[in-house]
Design a protein around this ligand. Structure first.
Ligand code: NAD
Length: 481
């Protein structure tokens, strides 16, 4: 049994209460590790360490911070195989996916912000020869980074890298469902000699650790990725002390397919945007709107492609759909499949729990395609976050725009058409923070990332993240005597 430790003030240690939580390998449905069930006293210690480390870390040169982040990035790359295997076991995602996406992206997050901070600059505003204003951007102090289970190391590093690069110290709270790679990263930080207290990782349940951290008086900002419900709770906790916050939350993303699209590319990509990571990516296109003239053809082709996706042991290289992250999440997805049936949906394929040979006790769901539902029923409005998509026909651009925007969320949207004018018209009118045209999940780390409506407040990515993690101060100097 692996025993995961907190990382506080440069030391790997258990929680003060010595209480622990079970960590499951979802592909076999068994506990394989224990993680600290930390409480307020552990958070107190971590925030105190971050506070103590802040004066010297914020005074380091950008070159020094760049060098530390690059060392961490290289260490992640050097342990690609070990980290990918750990991520796959912890989360249930296919090993090849962890190896080709999650871990390389974690390394590039560190590298990206190591170099971004070297280029980051503040503004000057001259006033017609009379005066000049310049803006100083200072780090904030100890900040909190709270991350979810679906892309564990990928999203954990996406937050801590800009926070550290900008000169803040961090108390980070990874998901208790998938804590392993954040723990392994703590070990890397020790190995590369990151000064004590600069990064602190406290494991535990959302209510006992995340909530206490969000409300802590010495925490200056909160960067959160997770569910909309928890995001709302964090906003409430942060408000009384006027902390800055950035909230990246749920999605129910439309994938809009016009008849004039590049059909083969659309089909391949739609398979990925529906089922990658078992559909547990906030950006997955879970509502597929298809123009009526190709609706029947798409249905047949898409169901056939879906039937070819192998569900099974995440370690096997030919497996496309691994395990669902936890029993609780498995139950939630199955609940929504039942709801879809109650709402009159037809299950075209999937809709069932699967027991792959050798992994009979794991939590697997076959990729599921549903049609026959109203665009605004609960199944089509609530986030399922699993390998479940619905298909909805449409006649006109106006109609699909109205259906797509009748959405409490506004994270991402995908549009498939070869008509350039229509693509741009749709993109400008769709209510989503990120729009992909004829592609999906193509990411440039410099671009603003985030959602509108119930999907988020604020933007991550590029200089946006460095702006979030710094406080601007304007200084005005008059030239005249
Ligand atoms: P979650 O909200 O349950 O948990 C996220 C993190 O918050 C975990 O570390 C958890 O322990 C912590 N937490 C829980 N309760 C808390 C509280 N009261 N105060 C402070 N912290 C608390 O989310 P999840 O189930 O881990 O992740 C899935 C969700 O994340 C989905 O809704 C998905 O859409 C969303 N997500 C969004 C993005 C994005 O970029 N917008 C990316 C990935 C995932």
């Amino acid at each position: 049994m692996i025993s995961i430790a907190n990382y506080i003030n440069g030391v790997l240690k258990q929680s003060n209460s010595n209480k622990e939580l079970d960590v499951y390998n979802p592909a076999v449905g068994k506990v394989y590790a224990k993680v600290p069930d930390s409480d307020a006293s552990d958070i107190e210690e971590a925030v105190a360490a971050a506070k103590k480390a802040y004066p010297s870390w914020s005074a380091t040169s950008i070159e020094e911070r760049h060098d530390f982040l690059m060392k961490i990035s290289r260490a992640i790359e050097a342990d690609l195989d070990g980290l990918a295997l750990a991520e796959s076991i912890d989360n249930g995602k296919p090993l090849w996916l962890a190896k080709s996406v999650d871990i390389p992206r974690a390394a590039s997050n560190m590298r990206f912000f190591a170099t971004a901070i070297m280029q980051f600059a503040s503004e000057a505003h001259e006033m017609n020869g009379k005066a000049i204003n310049y803006t100083l951007r200072r780090p904030l102090g100890p900040v909190a980074c709270i991350s979810p289970w679906n892309l564990p190391l990928y999203l954990f590093t996406w937050k801590i890298a800009p926070a550290l690069a900008a000169g803040n110290t961090v108390v980070a709270k990874p998901s208790e469902v998938t804590p392993m790679t954040a723990y392994l990263l703590s070990k890397i930080c020790k190995e590369v000699g990151l000064p004590p207290g600069v990064l602190n990782v406290v494991h535990g349940q959302g209510q006992n650790t995340g909530a206490v951290l969000s409300a802590h008086k010495d925490i200056k900002a909160i960067s959160f990725t997770g569910s909309t419900k928890v995001g709302a709770d964090i906003a409430l906790k942060a408000a009384p002390s006027f902390k800055k916050y950035s909230l990246e939350m749920g999605g129910k993303n439309p994938n809009i397919i016009f008849a004039d699209c590049n059909y083969d590319k659309m089909l391949e990509t739609t398979l990925r945007s529906s089922f990658a990571n078992q559909g547990q990516i906030c950006l997955c296109g879970s509502k597929i709107f298809v123009e009526k003239s190709i609706y029947e053809k798409f249905k047949i082709d898409f169901v056939k492609k879906t039937s070819e996706l192998k569900v099974g042991n995440p370690i096997d290289s030919d497996v496309k759909i691994g395990a669902i992250v936890s029993k609780a999440h498995f139950d939630k997805i199955m609940y929504y499949i039942d709801l879809a049936k109650e709402e009159g949906g037809r299950i075209l394929i999937g809709g069932k729990a699967v027991k792959p040979k050798g992994n009979e006790n794991g939590w697997f769901i076959s990729p599921t395609v549903i049609d026959g539902l109203a665009y605004n029923c609960r199944t089509n409005k609530e986030e399922i976050f699993g390998p479940v998509v619905t298909i909805i026909p449409f006649d006109t651009e106006e109609e699909v725009l109205q259906m797509a925007n009748d959405n409490d969320y506004g994270l991402a949207a995908t549009i498939w058409t070869e008509n350039l004018s229509r693509a741009n018209r749709m993109a400008s009118q769709i209510e989503a923070g990120i729009v992909w045209i004829n592609t999906w999940l193509l990411r440039d780390l410099r671009t603003p990332f985030g959602g509108m409506k119930n999907s988020g407040v604020g933007r991550e990515g590029g200089f946006e993240a460095l702006r979030f993690f710094t406080e601007p101060k304007n200084i005005c100097i008059e030239y005249s005597k």
